[in-house]
Design a binder for this molecule. Structure first.
Ligand SMILES: Nc1ncnc2c1ncn2[C@@H]1O[C@H](COP(=O)(O)OP(=O)(O)O)[C@@H](O)[C@H]1O
Ligand SMILES: [Mg+2]
Length: 226
């Protein structure tokens, strides 16, 4: 059964259609990759799930009581240390902040086998911060993780670390929505792929139905023969 679904959803601002007739399902134990170039409507899709936007047409359905962990695109922005720390701080009671945050972060990093002996949070790499943010969401009981371009600002090694952790999250029974413009990041870890182009779905494929090169061609705007 789907944990989250969009059924024939359209979203408009003024005269512009940000999303047009999009249908998708997020299941447990499954990694759905949402692919599209800048402006395709990927982050708008996330905001429908978070409740920030309401659809003009169609329905957004959530399994009762399900918790969603959202890692926003902005959290990978200019000051990732401050942003990721803010992500970690949310959900922790406000007494004795620093000690609790450090304890939690150390436990999460230990789980990820990232060594953090005596290092300040600010010295963690972008990839380490992203994995902490993902682990935090799982730690606080999220059943679904929605990650908006978590690898966009990262180098090769850090990207690998984040992708590996996304794989671990799925193996622990979480549903994952991995939003990216990069088919090379999406293909190795995705179970299913939804391609967005100017707010419209170009199709929803299982891994068996599409190859990495076909996915890359579609992303580049080419027609493909499946
Ligand atoms: N609140 C908004 N009002 C009007 N237009 C918006 C708003 N948010 C996003 N857009 C526009 O909608 C399109 C899709 O944006 P977005 O969902 O952020 O795409 P993506 O994440 O795929 O880059 C873009 O052209 C963007 O400029
Ligand atoms: Mg975006």
């Amino acid at each position: 059964m789907a944990v989250l679904s969009l059924h024939n959803v359209s979203l408009r601002f003024g005269g512009a259609a940000l999303l047009d007739d999009v249908t998708l399902h997020v299941e447990r134990d499954n990694r759905l990759c949402v692919l599209g170039v800048n402006g395709a409507g990927k982050s708008s899709l996330l905001k429908l799930f978070s409740g920030e936007y309401a659809p003009d047409n169609g329905t957004v359905a959530r399994e009762r009581g399900v918790r969603i962990g959202v890692l926003r695109q902005e959290a990978a922005g200019e000051d990732p240390a401050a942003d990721a720390l803010a992500v970690i701080l949310r959900g922790i009671p406000h007494d004795d902040h620093e000690a609790r945050v450090e304890l939690l972060a150390r436990r999460l990093l230990g789980e990820l086998r990232v060594s953090w002996q005596g290092r300040a949070f600010a010295t963690l790499s972008g990839g380490e911060r992203q994995t902490v943010a993902i682990a935090r969401a799982a730690h606080f009981g999220a059943r679904v993780l929605i990650l908006d371009e978590p690898t966009a600002a990262l180098g090769v090694k850090q990207t690998e670390m984040v992708l590996r952790y996304i794989a671990v999250a799925r193996d622990r029974g979480l549903g994952v929505v991995f939003i990216t413009h990069n088919p090379h990041h999406a293909y190795p870890i995705g179970d299913r792929f939804l391609l967005l182009q100017r707010g419209r779905s170009l199709g929803n494929f299982t891994k068996a139905e599409i190859s990495q090169s076909q996915l890359t061609e579609m992303m580049a705007g080419g027609e493909i023969t499946l």
